[in-house]
Write a new protein. Structure first.
Length: 302
């Protein structure tokens, strides 16, 4: 890789981060390639240590007002740079062939945390994101099975989120891996739905349980008739296919109300909760009703 490309990447990550309002990782004048190598070495270390952490973002059932699950989102507590977000280090991990280790780590932590919450009486599921290379890894189903056994978590309480580009890589292999996961009865979800290339063809062929509509459609829900039409018709499509639909990126009350009026099953977004460290989840679940996150008119589940 040329230094120029490495620099361009670093600048891109920094720009993306800046747009999202998170901490900007600014290269401090050192050559970007050295920076990357150093970061990579640190990432290898982090995979064995305590610096990698799962944050969790709740999924709210709009029909009942209950939280049905949490999505694990990996974070890196970097000793010098502070909290790093996945778009800074996932591309590095992917290039360096570290995605299997990363996925197993996130999964193990997620199942351990879920076991704890379920033991406290919360009937929750946990969702873990998988990368393209994870879905090319034929050993994955067996490893997932071992972890489910180890934490005595029922397979149906684990959701694995995959993006549409997974299916572009090596369709035969990823379908084999997906079939192996399905045999375990874990649930499969298509993340960022609507932004990939093969949206409709794979819906016919692949055994997925959930569509997560990309947040770009939700952002303009209340101001753009076309965005609204796409959300409503995707809802209808998911229903007709017998899948559930999660809408991600809900940032305001008006969007939440519209989604609920249209019969949307499940929503996620900053308006409901930002991702939080595992230690805060139980407290958040317990304090939720007084924080006015109840959905107007929702029937509590009995
Ligand atoms: P994703 O799976 O689509 O996750 C949603 C992303 O949007 C998260 O960013 C989340 O913090 C953010 N988000 C949630 N609600 C809102 C909202 O209302 N508004 C806005 N603007 N953003 C919202 P995050 O945590 O930075 O993760 C980015 C992506 O990195 C994820 O997108 C996922 O593709 C990937 N990722 C995260 N953790 C893992 C992991 O453990 N393994 C793999 N392979 N990928 C991961
Ligand atoms: Mg996701
Ligand atoms: Mg997404
Ligand atoms: Mg995404």
């Amino acid at each position: 890789r040329s230094l120029l490309l490495a620099r361009a990447d670093t600048a891109m990550y920094a720009a993306k981060r800046g747009r999202q309002g998170h901490e900007v990782w600014a290269p401090d004048g050192t050559p970007a390639s050295r920076d990357r190598l150093e970061t990579l070495e640190q990432l290898r270390g982090a995979l064995d240590g305590e610096q990698l952490d799962n944050h969790y973002q709740p999924k709210l059932d709009l029909r009942t007002g209950t939280v049905v699950g949490l999505e694990a989102l990996v974070r890196w507590n970097h000793p010098a740079r502070g909290l790093l977000y996945p778009d800074v280090f996932l591309p590095l991990a992917e290039q360096a062939g570290l995605m299997r280790r990363l996925a197993l780590r996130v999964l193990e932590r997620a199942l351990r945390d879920l076991q704890g919450w379920r033991a406290q009486g919360h009937d929750l599921s946990v969702a873990v994101n998988l990368s393209v290379s994870n879905l090319q890894d034929v050993a994955l189903p067996e490893q997932v099975e071992m972890l489910l056994d180890a934490f005595a978590v029922p397979a149906g309480a684990l959701v694995l989120e995959i993006t549409e580009d997974v299916l572009m890589a090596d369709a035969a292999r990823s379908q084999q891996v997906m079939a192996g996961l399905r045999r375990l009865s874990v649930r499969l979800s298509v993340d960022d739905y609507g932004t990939g290339y093969s949206s409709l063809s794979y819906l016919r062929a692949l055994p997925v349980d959930e569509l997560k509509l990309d947040r770009s459609f939700v952002a303009h829900l209340t101001t753009d008739d076309r965005a609204a039409a796409i959300v409503r018709s995707t809802l209808q499509l998911s229903r007709d296919l017998g899948m559930s639909m999660v809408v991600e990126g809900v940032e305001d009350a008006a969007s939440l109300a519209a989604l609920r009026a249209w019969g949307c099953d499940i929503a996620q977004g900053y308006h409901i909760s930002r991702p939080m460290p595992a230690e805060r989840v139980l407290g958040w679940l317990d304090s939720r009703p007084v924080r006015a996150l109840r959905v107007p008119g929702a029937r509590p589940r009995v």
